[in-house]
Ligand binder design. Sequence first.
Ligand SMILES: [Mg+2]
Ligand SMILES: [Zn+2]
Length: 165
Amino acid sequence: MIQAIFFDRDGVLNEEVGYLYEVEKFKWIDGAHDAIKFCNERGILTIVVTNQSGIARGLYTAKEVEILHEFMQKSLLEVGAHIDAFYYCPHHPNFSGECDCRKPKPGMILQACQEFNINPAQSILFGDSERDIEAAKAAGLRDGIFFTGGNLLEAVKVHCTEGDS
Ligand SMILES: [Mg+2]
Ligand SMILES: [Zn+2]
């Protein structure tokens, strides 16, 4: 049984466009709404963990990131789906110094596990970069899965239905 699914944001839930913060540039990945809804209906927590060094670089503000996340949540609510929590790392070592949250470090995942009482060994992550997969490993998640395109619902289904029967 899977307790929580961690999703990287850019490149997994939405198209990667580089330092995204504008709602107008936001485009959902195919199957993203349905993937989140699929999890909601099965009681699987959905948690976003995203590096947002654009904040440290002064390209956009934390407030703008939060507005974008509210927009995502509203869009999901329209189809009866929701993300349980968003965690973002605003840092970059060259601009703000080292931190414990920027992936490949596991800080955001560990914080979520603590706040939601999640067992990492019963949870998985979908990411599109090596950093995501390393963070999943470092946090002790059951699996870090590369998602490099296609339909997110199909990808989630593959990993949530195995061993169910
Ligand atoms: Mg990504
Ligand atoms: Zn950080």
